[in-house]
Design a protein around this ligand. Structure first.
Ligand SMILES: Cc1cc2nc3c(=O)[nH]c(=O)nc-3n(C[C@H](O)[C@H](O)[C@H](O)COP(=O)(O)OP(=O)(O)OC[C@H]3O[C@@H](n4cnc5c(N)ncnc54)[C@H](O)[C@@H]3O)c2cc1C
Ligand SMILES: NC(=O)c1ccc[n+]([C@@H]2O[C@H](COP(=O)([O-])OP(=O)(O)OC[C@H]3O[C@@H](n4cnc5c(N)ncnc54)[C@H](OP(=O)(O)O)[C@@H]3O)[C@@H](O)[C@H]2O)c1
Length: 443
C-alpha cells in the first residue's frame, strides 16, 4: 500500500482486520497526510487556520467516532490527532513503514508488482493499493497569465500558503484567484489585515453556508436514492432563501445549477464582501510589473497574487505507459478498480459531495472482499459499460473542469457500493481467487 493518509489508514485497517500480509509505505514519519500541518513530506496543503468543511459526524470513521468535545467543524490539528488515534485504536501502527517512500511501481511479467523504495530496496507484491492523495501537486494556471514573469510582487499557489506569519497579508494589496474552498478561506484571512483583497473568478459558483437552521448543512439530505432533480430544486430554494442573489454581492452569476460543481462552502466570505473587505473581480487577464488587469479591463495595484487554482492528480511512481491521469482523469470502476489491471486498487481517489473518509473505508473493505475471493468483478464488457454510464452521467451533470473528474454523491456512492458488493458476492461463489499468490515464490 502506498500512503498512510486518511485513505491509506482506512484501507490498512480493513486488511489488518482480515489478516492480510501487507506492507504500507508512508513517506512521512506519521499518518494523516494532508492533515498534518507542515508535514515533513512537503505534501500537505493545510494552512494554520484550516477547519474541515465536511461536518464531524459525516467525516468520522464508523466504529470510531470523533471525541464528543470536538466542534462540528474541528480544526486541522484535531483531525490529525483523530487519525493518529484511529491507528492505535485498531492496532495496526506496526504495519506501516514510516519515512519510506515508494519511488517506482512496475508491473512485472509474471503479474506481480515490483516496488522500489527510496531506501534502495525492491520488493514484490501480489497486489498494490494506491492511496497517495490528490491534493498535493499544485496546479498553476496553464499557460501562465501574460506578464506574470514581469510582475514585481509575489506569486504563490494556495499549496504554499501556511498562514504561519500573522503579518503575511498586512497592508499588502492581494489578488486571490479561484472560487473553490482554498480561495474562500485565504481571501477571508487576507481581508482582516490586507490593504485590499480582490477575489478573481473565471466563473461564478454557488456559495454554500456550513450551518443552516442551527445544524451543519451536510447533515440534511442524508438518504441515498433521492433523485438529483429533487435535491437540486430543494438546494436552490434553500440557497435563494439563505444566501440570495450572488450578483447582489458583486459576484458573477453561476453558469450552472446548484450541485453541478464541487461545493464551495463558506460562512464568512459573503460577510467580508458585504463589509467591503473583499472586492469581487472577474478572471485575471494579465499582469504588469505592478498591477493586475482583469477580464473587464479594470486594473489594480497588487503586491501578492495567490493562485487557488486546484491540484493535479499524479502518480510519480508509475511510468507514463503504466497509469496516468491526463487532465486529472483516471477512469476506474466505481473509483477503485482499474479496468485493465486486476491487481491495482485506488483508495480515496474520489471527490464526494461530503467527506472522503467513510468512502475510503468502504473502498478498503471492498478491495479486501475481492482479494479474499468474496467478491468478483462483473464481466469485462459489463464493467466497461458501467464505467461509461457513470462517467457520462458525471460529465453531463458537472461543469466542464479538471476539478470535476471523479465526483460522487456521498450517500448514493455508499449505497451503490454496498449493492455492488452484494452482486459481486453472488458472482464470486465457486470462483478461484482473482489475484493468485505469486510474490512469495518470486521472493
Ligand atoms: C486544504 C484542504 C482542505 C480539505 N478539507 C477537506 C474536508 O474538510 N473534508 C474532506 O473530506 N476532504 C477535505 N480535503 C480533501 C483531502 O484530500 C482529504 O481530506 C484527505 O486528505 C485525503 O486523504 P488521502 O489519504 O487520500 O491523501 P493525503 O492526505 O494526501 O495522504 C496521502 C499520503 O500518502 C503518502 N504518500 C504519497 N506518495 C507516497 C509515496 N510515493 N510513497 C509513500 N507514501 C506516499 C503521503 O506522505 C501522505 O501521507 C481537503 C483538501 C485540502 C487540500
Ligand atoms: N476544509 C476546507 O475548508 C477546505 C479548504 C480548502 C480546500 N478544500 C478542499 O481541497 C480541495 C481543493 O480545493 P481548491 O479550492 O484548492 O481547488 P479547486 O476546488 O480545484 O478550485 C480551483 C478553483 O480555481 C479555478 N481555476 C482553476 N484554474 C484556473 C485558471 N487557469 N484561471 C482561473 N481560474 C482557475 C477553478 O475554476 P473552475 O471551476 O472554472 O475550474 C476553481 O474555482 C477541494 O476538495 C476542497 O473542497 C477544503
Amino acid at each position: 500500500m502506498i500512503g498512510a493518509g486518511s485513505s491509506g489508514i482506512a484501507a490498512a485497517k480493513a486488511l489488518h482486520e482480515r489478516g492480510f500480509e501487507f506492507d504500507c509505505f508512508e513517506k512521512s514519519d506519521r499518518v494523516g497526510g494532508n492533515w498534518v500541518f507542515k508535514n515533513r513530506n512537503g505534501m500537505s496543503s493545510t494552512y494554520r487556520s484550516l477547519h474541515i468543511n465536511t461536518s464531524r459526524d459525516r467525516m468520522q470513521f464508523a466504529g470510531f467516532p470523533m471525541p464528543a468535545t470536538y466542534p462540528d467543524f474541528p480544526h486541522h490539528t484535531q483531525i490529525a490527532r483523530y487519525f493518529d488515534a484511529y491507528v492505535d485504536h485498531f492496532g495496526f501502527r506496526e504495519r506501516i513503514t514510516f519515512e519510506t517512500g515508494v519511488d517506482h511501481a512496475r508491473p512485472a511479467a509474471d503479474g506481480t508488482w515490483e516496488i522500489r523504495l527510496d531506501d534502495g530496496r525492491s520488493e514484490r507484491y501480489d497486489a498494490l493499493i494506491v492511496a497517495n492523495g490528490h491534493h498535493w501537486d499544485a496546479r498553476w494556471p496553464e499557460p501562465r497569465f501574460p506578464g506574470s514573469e514581469a510582475f514585481a510582487g509575489e506569486q504563490i499557489h494556495a499549496h504554499d500558503f501556511t498562514g504561519d506569519d500573522p503579518n503575511y497579508f498586512r497592508d499588502r494589496r492581494v489578488v486571490i484567484l479561484g472560487m473553490g474552498n482554498s480561495a474562500m478561506d485565504i481571501a477571508v484571512e487576507s481581508s482582516f489585515s490586507a490593504a485590499a483583497t480582490y477575489l478573481a473568478a473565471r466563473r461564478g459558483t454557488w456559495i454554500v453556508p456550513k450551518y443552516v437552521f442551527g445544524r451543519p448543512l451536510d447533515q440534511y439530505f442524508t438518504r441515498a436514492g433521492v433523485p438529483f432533480k429533487v435535491r437540486q430544486a430543494v438546494t436552490r430554494r434553500l440557497l435563494r432563501l439563505i444566501v440570495g442573489d450572488l450578483e447582489r454581492y458583486g459576484l458573477p452569476k453561476p453558469d450552472h445549477g446548484p450541485l453541478e460543481a464541487h461545493p464551495t462552502i463558506s460562512d464568512d466570505v459573503l460577510s467580508r464582501i458585504a463589509h467591503g473587505e473583499i472586492t469581487p473581480k472577474p478572471n485575471i487577464a494579465r499582469l504588469t510589473e505592478r498591477t493586475v488587469v482583469f477580464a473587464d479591463g479594470t486594473e489594480v495595484e497588487a503586491d501578492l497574487v495567490v493562485y487557488c487554482t486546484g491540484y493535479n492528480v499524479r502518480f510519480p511512481f508509475f511510468a507514463e505507459d503504466v497509469i496516468t491521469a491526463p487532465d486529472n482523469d483516471l477512469p476506474l470502476f466505481r473509483r477503485v478498480f482499474h479496468p485493465d489491471r486486476p491487481n491495482v486498487f485506488f483508495i480515496g481517489l474520489v471527490q464526494p459531495l461530503g467527506a472522503i473518509m467513510p468512502l475510503a473505508a468502504a473502498q478498503g473493505e471492498w478491495v479486501a472482499d475481492y482479494l479474499t475471493g468474496r467478491y468478483a468483478l462483473p464481466p469485462a464488457a459489463e464493467l466497461r459499460a458501467d464505467m461509461d454510464r457513470e462517467r457520462a452521467r458525471m460529465f453531463k451533470r458537472y461543469v466542464a473542469s479538471r476539478r470535476h473528474t471523479m465526483q460522487v454523491d456521498f450517500d448514493d456512492y455508499l449505497a451503490d457500493l454496498a449493492a455492488e458488493r452484494r452482486r459481486g458476492a453472488a458472482r464470486a461463489r465457486g470462483r478461484p481467487l482473482p489475484v493468485p499468490a505469486r510474490a512469495v515464490a518470486v521472493a
